[in-house]
Design a protein around this ligand. Sequence first.
Ligand code: FAD
Length: 574
Amino acid sequence: MTPPFEGPRYLVAFGPKRVPHCFTDVLILGGGLAGLRAALAVDPRLAVTVVTKNDLHSSSSQWAQGGIAGVHDPEDRFDNHVADTLSAGGGLCHEDVVDAVVREAPARIAELVSWGTKFDERDGALDLGREGGHSHHRIVHALGDATGREVMRAVIERTRTLTNLEVWPDTFTIDLVTDADGCRGALVWNRAHGKTLVWARRTILATGGAGQLYRESTNPEGASGDGLALAWRAGASVRDMEFMQFHPTVLYIAGGARSLITEAVRGAGAQLVDRDGRRFMPEFDPRAELAPRDVVSRAITIVMQRTHHANVYLDLSHLDPETVHRRFPGMAQICAKFGLDLARDRIPVRPGAHYMIGGVEVDAQGRTDLPGLLAAGEVTSSGLHGANRLASNSLLEGLVYGARAGEAASADVLGSGGGDPLRVPDLSNPRTTDATGSLDLADIRNSLRSLMWRHVGVERSGGSLGEALETVEGWCRYVLPLQFTDPEGWQLQNMLEVARLMIRSAMTREETRGVHVRSDFPATSERWRAHVGWRRGRAEPFLEPLAARSAANGPAARAASARGLPDARPLGKN
Ligand SMILES: Cc1cc2nc3c(=O)[nH]c(=O)nc-3n(C[C@H](O)[C@H](O)[C@H](O)COP(=O)(O)OP(=O)(O)OC[C@H]3O[C@@H](n4cnc5c(N)ncnc54)[C@H](O)[C@@H]3O)c2cc1C
């Protein structure tokens, strides 16, 4: 592979004498579930600032439908939830991480209840749903199919009681600010104040996923992979970037939003049928519609090709209409807008990019290998999901790792005895190449999203990945050196950085595993039971074989050795 064109370390120019400064103890980038859970875990003696690029109601967390996985049924066992997670994860999960997260789930869910979340109940007990890949009923849900809305309502209300917390909405994080000691905070921007340097003793990255890199996606507008790109530019390791999970059943109506149709609909008995009304899943997997997402997505793709049809259909017409409408009111309402009755009509669906499995590498406390930076939620790779996320394990991960990152950040700050971590280093980042008005950013963005869908979608091959890389590299060469003045440009630059990391990872992994399907390498190979990781300044990926995984090669150990590496550069040396 030719080495990628390395863009500048910072997206924009800044200098300490030119921008306002703000000081906080813990800076949290992202106001979804992971970010807010982290905020709630920070010691109340410390000042916390949460920066979010839109309002607190626009995250993927808010959009979550199906629910949160956790063992509550007396018939169920932690071991079953662990086994289901490992089985979906295709050999890349960290068993210790899975075990710990699964065991913590009931307590984290109980905590949400104690903060006022009203999960759906049946006969006075939690009404547990079942989703693809789960061997038991264990999904707690709320408002039928609007779990995220209810959970975020309660969590946002809870954070409003914190007197040490300040939320900055509509504020875009442009870059993490680093010096020789690691992450020192972030450069942020909003319309009212322009660029501001936020200095923090610890920074927690919780910026969510990257589904917007694809033309077909379930994700909100803001899921453009910013956090992945800015962590990468700052020198943190990212890994498993080839693993984008596609949700099999995304409503496919021309002109309509690509709404996800929750797995719980199939859990409730909905069947997948082709254009002729033939049920096809039993042909692909004995678990039929309840097979894991990668299996269902692949089956749908094959059936769409076989039938020369742009989609398949969900059929609920054999179920009780009243139950369908009561259990899935949100989805029924969306379908009704297009003249479809969820309980009677065949609902057109196809796969769409849904969940970014890869991300910034974190240890059990949410620490990255960039000193001073922690991370939680979808932006991370914690070892929980392996090569394929089990449904409803991601809100859980955000709760568990959000809490841990908040606690770890507190412990670091309080344990340092104050020290002098808030000194302002002598830094500046002069850049000169301003973007001219001649570039059609929307055109590049749309082209990128179509390219990713065509070449880095449910099924990939070396040839088409190579083609995609060449195109994206070409865009990077003329877009990355430019200096933009607002989020549209910065977001596009982040999307390009993330896209090529994803493509290069997908090219590196010459096998099929989990959600990553290579038509030219259809088998899974023991040789590739390893993470593919990347670090800025290194042209080649690093491989972390799972068999050899130990504390010695985890993020903390690499952080220690990284301090001497040439890519852990001081500021202004880009
Ligand atoms: C339609 C849908 C349904 C889902 N259903 C489920 C489900 O039922 N169960 C489940 O477990 N998971 C589900 N998921 C996945 C789950 O919702 C997400 O993985 C999870 O909510 C991620 O939480 P997070 O806090 O990491 O990120 P998010 O909730 O996405 O929050 C990210 C935050 O970062 C902010 N941000 C991003 N970039 C910047 C920037 N540059 N500057 C400042 N702020 C920034 C955003 O504004 C946002 O506040 C679903 C996802 C979608 C899209």
